[in-house]
Write a protein that binds this ligand. Structure first.
Ligand SMILES: [Zn+2]
Length: 179
């Protein structure tokens, strides 16, 4: 039993690493309107990583140039910091968020004042970890990201759980991810 379980963990970690590399490789040329979700359920721990072009989230990818744009970023960060708004987990699974990390773009000052950045893309990355007391009940997750960030047209979701690895394309109309 123990060996099987360990085998699964090693396998899933290597699969997760593979997915992560794939997504990283794609980041240089992200497509506006598309985003990625990486989901791993191992034991009672559910991990979710959300990667999105800033365009989908705030409607621009340059540094904020006025108060309105700065507030758009602040408000997006506030929403991304509330996983219960973004992910609808079955209440029977009894999941609680234990880690929330949001990395907005433009966190660093440009190297030179007025440096040209207009060609660059920017992304939001956020990571979540939930502890689920009844993880076996976690068969699907409602993805509410479309509701909050209307620039999001499609999400490529890749997931790993004890039932295997899955790749699903989600939209506002088809926003339920099966684990
Ligand atoms: Zn872009």
């Amino acid at each position: 039993m123990t060996r099987t379980k360990r085998g699964f963990i090693v396998l899933s970690i290597s699969l997760a690493a593979g997915i992560y590399q794939t997504v990283n490789a794609e980041q240089d040329a992200h497509i506006h309107g598309e985003a990625h979700l990486l989901i791993a359920l191992e034991g009672s721990s559910l991990q979710i990583e959300f990667l999105s072009p800033a365009m989908n989230i705030v409607g621009f990818e340059h540094r904020p140039q006025n108060e309105t744009q700065a507030q758009s970023i602040e408000s997006a960060v506030a929403t991304l910091n509330q996983p219960n708004l973004l992910f609808k987990l079955p209440s029977t699974a009894q999941c609680n968020p234990v880690v929330v990390e949001v990395e907005p773009p433009f966190n660093h000052e440009p190297e030179h004042a007025g440096a040209e950045e207009s060609d660059e893309h920017s992304e939001f990355t956020s990571r979540y970890q939930f502890q689920c007391q009844e993880a076996a009940r976690l068969e699907r997750i409602g993805i509410e990201i479309f509701r909050h960030f209307s620039g999001t047209q499609a999400i490529e979701a890749q997931s790993i759980s004890s039932s295997g690895q899955r790749s699903q394309e989600l939209t506002a109309e088809r926003n339920t991810l099966d684990l």
